[in-house]
Design a protein around this ligand. Structure first.
Ligand code: GDP
Ligand code: MG
Length: 176
């Protein structure tokens, strides 16, 4: 969209999950349609924006990425403040990153808006041969916790757009 055009809504969405699950690459894919194999650990709190049209309204998504603070309880409350959506990311090839999801969810629910829209994202599903978390296990968890769920590949650009679109459309339904 050209500069100076009106924005009807600004929605803050946060990315959380263990280090190296692919959060920064998911954001790079969504915001700039880029991917880098040797992405450096993120330094400094950062967000990127992309403006979409939902139901004829201009919606600016402000997507926040953690600043390498992925240790338990190291993400500050400022990061979560005002967030209306979250992508809770694990790596389908790293069981531990999935086992930590309940902690992230607890931390998120403790800090964020009570109506926050949450999507569980199993990233790196291009690495099927190294899979350590079954789709069924993840689905079962999301049904129990009432979350949206998708498997993505930032590398192959699979479902990244879909994940953000779903979250932003749900936020739009709640807040417009
Ligand atoms: P973050 O710490 O969660 O931000 O993770 P990064 O985005 O920095 O990604 C960590 C590593 O995983 C990098 O080497 C990425 O290139 C790689 N990576 C990220 N997404 C994917 C993906 O979808 N598939 C594959 N095969 N590698 C990925
Ligand atoms: Mg990162």
């Amino acid at each position: 969209m050209a500069g100076g055009e009106k924005v009807d809504y600004v929605f803050k969405v946060v990315l959380i999950g263990d280090s190296a699950v692919g959060k920064s690459q998911i954001l790079a894919r969504f915001a700039r349609n880029e991917f880098s194999i040797d992405s450096k650990a993120t330094i400094g709190v950062e967000f990127q924006t992309r403006t979409l049209v939902i139901d004829h309204k201009s919606v600016k998504a402000q997507i926040w990425d953690t600043a390498g603070q992925e240790r338990y309880r190291a993400v500050t409350s400022a990061y979560y403040r005002g967030a209306l959506g979250a992508l809770l990311v694990y790596d389908i090839t790293k069981r531990q990153s999935f086992d930590h999801i309940p902690r992230w969810l607890e931390e998120l629910r403790g800090h964020a808006d009570k109506n926050i829209v949450i999507m569980l994202v199993g990233n790196k599903n291009d690495l099927e041969g190294e899979r350590a978390v079954s789709t069924e296990d993840a689905k079962e968890f999301t049904e129990k916790e009432n979350l949206f769920f998708l498997e993505t590949s930032a590398l192959q650009a699979t479902n990244v757009e879909n994940a953000f679109q779903t979250v932003l459309t749900e936020i739009f339904k709640i807040h417009s």
